[in-house]
Write a protein that binds this ligand. Structure first.
Ligand SMILES: [Zn+2]
Length: 60
């Protein structure tokens, strides 16, 4: 019997989404080489903010 459960894991901070919440595991399991993974809301927001900072021209 295989009880494979796919848990989305944040590729940035390694948190794992479980039941709608993001948990920080004690030890981050290694990713598969081709793992694209997920982004937790925090990292996603940070990434988005960074992107916007880079792409949005400065307002005068
Ligand atoms: Zn994260």
């Amino acid at each position: 019997m295989s009880s494979e459960v796919y848990l989305p894991e944040c590729v940035v901070c390694g948190r794992i989404k479980l039941n709608g919440y993001w948990y920080q595991p004690f030890q981050t399991p290694p990713h598969f080489p081709n793992y694209r993974g997920a982004l937790c809301p925090e990292c996603q927001a940070r990434k988005q903010a960074k992107k916007e900072q880079l792409t949005t021209p400065q307002k005068s």
